[in-house]
Design a protein around this ligand. Structure first.
Ligand code: PRX
Length: 574
């Protein structure tokens, strides 16, 4: 697909002309050495203030009723207030501070203040409930939690002995201080010291705490510049809450390291409101998910035509396959292409991308970032010939690669393999293929992890919450293909004796998961069945057969299975 604006010189082209050629060259974009503290918050906030650029807008918050802007100067002051507060509570280097707030300006300062003093911050998505919160706060040994009066009731405080301080902020929109600026120094860290932890779902076990290190700043700087193509005069909008890795790495660090103002949206998705935000804030660069684009597509052209959207110049997508129809719709609707990017919580930053000046091959996720090597490996971890499918693997390390999996060094090591003659590779768990020019095509997940609306959901976690419902004896959870969300979470459950199957009970079980686990992971469709398919030998629930039931594909050899037939007793459809 050709470029609609061929005259546009990108940061990438300019930088290549000046000798910035790989990810590692990103060091030259940062203030390093010369007495500068080595801390990602120094690069994100303080550096701009010290250079006299503090009056530049850092964020503009919009919701239905509020319109509030903070300059970098104000962001720095508020960050420092939080840093002083954490220090006054005796939090030291490497200790875990969690922030559980809605997406308001204050969450950004609370996150940055924690990192500034050398703590590890854990931002939590505001849609989490008791089960999800307990897992994350307990596993990480969180010492301090910042939250709101509304959200604190969801936190199972009695079950969290390490949590010494719970700080409930009454006012989510405090006035920003304008007193003379007395900077709170950032603690100088080592490149490999941790700064942020994001929990992510696997196909087995509890969510894994992926720890990232300050060295990620290099890759966030360079991808913000090359892939997002950010300049200080842009207005950038990343639609993700900072509880997700996109909302932190590309909603805080990449744009602000590049000195670019960010739009922060409060409230829920609504097509007309989102279009209005673009016009009100004059958004030029926009990073969203295929699900969000498909939801806008579904809202129709009439909703679109009530808005100008002329400010948009660069669109990007992440988290799930970007279908070619959506790219064509984007071109028609906004007059610009949508640029796919591939990465994961574990990779810390974008790895496979469509740079703004390059050809886009619809259906492909793009090319590896300069300095990154991608290979497709067979089941024995050997490269496959061009065009064949296999495991998507990336040569390790790179600057933003996770430092470890919290409390779980074995899980961390299991991500890597030695490829004879090529070195150490990171195994993504995705299956993909490469064409002769190196473009990478996503084919699916190699495991049971469900990607729904761009977020990973672990069937295991949903099943665990389902079976804690008094009526549920057993549960099996799969992803069901969905035209808008990519996949929805679908649950099959078997009831305990004495509970009559019916749609009302099915709905009650759905709501139970929604209000105990998370607003993003509940089963949008739930089917009560007479029995679940299991292997006869080990009694393991066969998600593969559940998938075949749902998609109508053949279940294959059923001789080793118990209950291969689907007997539906009740259904609560999506
Ligand atoms: O399966 C891939 C899918 O999302 C997974 C990573 O999910 P998570 O760690 O939650 O991070 C999401 C945002 C960084 C991947 O293993 N995925 C991510 N980007 C794409 C994608 N699938 C297809 N196309 C993409 N561009």
């Amino acid at each position: 697909m050709s470029l609609p604006r061929a005259d546009f010189l990108t940061n990438f082209e300019e930088d290549q002309g000046q000798g910035l050629r790989t990810v590692e060259d990103g060091y030259r974009l940062l203030d390093l050495g010369n007495g500068h503290p080595y801390n990602i918050v120094h690069q994100t906030v303080d550096r701009h203030v010290k250079r006299g650029l503090g009056s530049r807008i850092a964020l503009r918050y919009l919701d239905g009723s509020r319109d509030e802007s903070w300059s970098f100067d104000q962001l720095a002051r508020r960050t420092d207030d939080w840093a002083r507060f954490y220090r006054s509570r005796g939090i030291g280097k490497g200790e875990r501070i969690f922030v559980f707030l809605p997406r308001v300006p204050e969450i950004y300062a609370a996150i940055l203040g924690a990192i500034k003093i050398g703590a590890i911050v854990g931002p939590l998505f505001e849609g989490f409930y008791e089960d999800a919160l307990r897992d994350r706060l307990a596993d990480s040994g969180a010492r301090l939690l910042v939250t709101s009066p509304e959200l604190v009731s969801r936190v199972p405080l009695r079950e969290l002995p390490d949590l010494a301080t719970v700080h409930v902020i009454e006012d989510l929109f405090p006035s920003v201080p304008n007193h003379p600026y007395d900077p709170e120094p950032a603690l100088s860290m080592e490149p490999d010291d941790g700064y942020i932890i994001h929990y992510t779902s696997g196909s087995t076990g509890k969510p894994k705490g992926i720890l990232h290190a300050h060295r990620a700043m290099i890759q966030l700087a360079i991808t913000g510049r090359w892939v997002l193509d950010l300049r200080p005069r842009d207005v950038y909008w990343c639609t993700a809450h900072p509880g997700w890795v996109t909302g932190s790495q590309y909603g805080i660090f990449a744009p602000w390291i590049n000195g670019t103002p960010c739009l922060i949206n409060g409230g829920r998705f609504d097509a007309a409101t989102w279009y209005r935000y673009i016009d009100t804030a004059g958004v030029t660069v926009w990073y969203a998910t295929p699900t969000a684009f498909r939801m806008l597509m579904a809202a129709g052209t009439q909703t679109r035509s009530a808005h100008s959207l002329a400010s948009l110049r660069h669109l990007l997508s992440v988290g799930e396959p970007l279908n070619p129809e959506v790219i064509s719709w984007g071109l028609q609707t906004f007059g610009v292409r949508i640029h796919d990017t591939w990465w994961m919580t574990e990779t810390g930053a974008q790895l496979i991308v469509n740079l703004p000046h390059r050809e886009i091959r619809p259906g492909s996720m793009g090319l590896p970032l300069p300095g990154i090597d991608v290979e497709i490996l067979d089941a024995d971890n050997r490269p496959v010939p061009t065009g064949q499918s296999g495991q998507l693997a990336v040569k390790a390390p790179w600057p933003s690669l996770m430092k470890t999996v919290w409390n779980n060094p074995e899980k961390f090591l299991a991500y890597f393999t030695q490829v004879p003659g090529l070195g150490k590779f990171y195994l993504s768990g995705d299956t993909a293929r490469k064409d002769a020019d190196g473009y990478v095509y996503f084919l699916g997940r190699g495991d049971d992890v469900i990607v729904s609306a761009g977020e990973k959901v672990s069937p295991f976690e949903v099943e665990s919450t389902l079976v804690s419902h008094p009526a549920v004896a057993e549960a099996g959870v799969i992803g069901k293909p969905d035209g808008v969300r990519g996949n929805i979470v679908k649950a099959f459950v078997v009831l305990r004796e004495g509970f009559p199957a019916g749609e009302e009970l099915a709905r009650d079980i759905q709501l139970y998961v929604k209000t105990r686990l998370s607003a993003h992971a509940w089963p949008r469709e739930l089917e009560i069945v007479a029995a679940l398919p299991k292997t006869r030998a080990s009694g393991k629930i066969m998600r593969r057969v559940l998938k075949a039931w749902e998609t109508g594909s053949p279940i294959g050899d059923a001789t080793t299975l118990d209950n291969p037939e689907r007997v539906t007793l009740a259904l609560s459809p999506a």
